[in-house]
Ligand binder design. Structure first.
Ligand code: ATP
Ligand code: MG
Length: 176
């Protein structure tokens, strides 16, 4: 079981001066900041993080159960999600982000996701980052043809966390 997770505060969180407040949610939940850096994200890394050419990844977007969909429905879902990823690239590249590695003793990946809330801030519980601080929703962002602004990215699985730490921090991430 991985003892760490990867998070970045998205450009809306940085623009709204919420860096400290967001980090406070993680610290209050017992997670520790191991590495932290504010950066201007580059297109190549964002493309690898949210890949446009990975069909399996595109189908996981939105965390929906797609097992009951017909071929036609699956195709439409795939096309819609592909568009969402293109919008997501624009969103994440719209300003500085704060990338970090969080460590914790008990399943930090799941703990971080719990602290973050659901993908849609409108569905996120009170007490979570997206539930308390989020001001966007799928309904609003869909109507405005952009990705939903939900303040943070958090890894979904321990394997994803390790892949993302390698991608964003490179090989020297253990140097203190
Ligand atoms: P993240 O990976 O950024 O932590 P997540 O795991 O909660 O978010 P994903 O399904 O991986 O959600 O989607 C990645 C991002 O794409 C979301 O955080 C959100 O910004 C955007 N997004 C996903 N689905 C939609 C949608 N239906 N409408 C608008 N934006 C969406
Ligand atoms: Mg995700």
């Amino acid at each position: 079981m991985s003892s760490r997770s990867f998070v970045f505060i998205k450009p809306d969180g940085v623009r709204r001066n919420l860096i400290g407040e967001i980090i406070g949610y993680f610290e209050k939940a017992g997670l520790k900041v191991d590495k932290l850096q504010k950066i201007e994200p580059d297109e190549a890394t964002v493309n690898k993080h949210y890949p446009l050419d990975d069909r399996d990844y595109i189908l996981t977007l939105g965390h929906r159960d797609i097992s009951g969909l017909s071929d036609k429905e699956l195709k439409a879902f795939y096309q819609k999600n592909l568009e969402v990823v293109k919008r997501l690239h624009k969103y994440v590249l719209s300003g500085p982000i704060v990338k970090m590695i969080l460590i914790g003793t008990e399943n930090p990946v799941a703990k971080v996701r719990e602290v973050v809330g659901k993908t849609n801030p409108a569905d996120s519980p009170k007490g979570s980052i997206r539930g308390d601080l989020g001001i966007d929703s799928f309904v609003k962002s869909d109507a405005e043809e952009r990705a939903c602004e939900n303040l943070v990215h958090a890894s979904g699985t321990p394997a994803e966390a390790e892949r993302e730490i390698k991608l964003w921090f490179g090989e020297d991430f253990n140097v203190i």
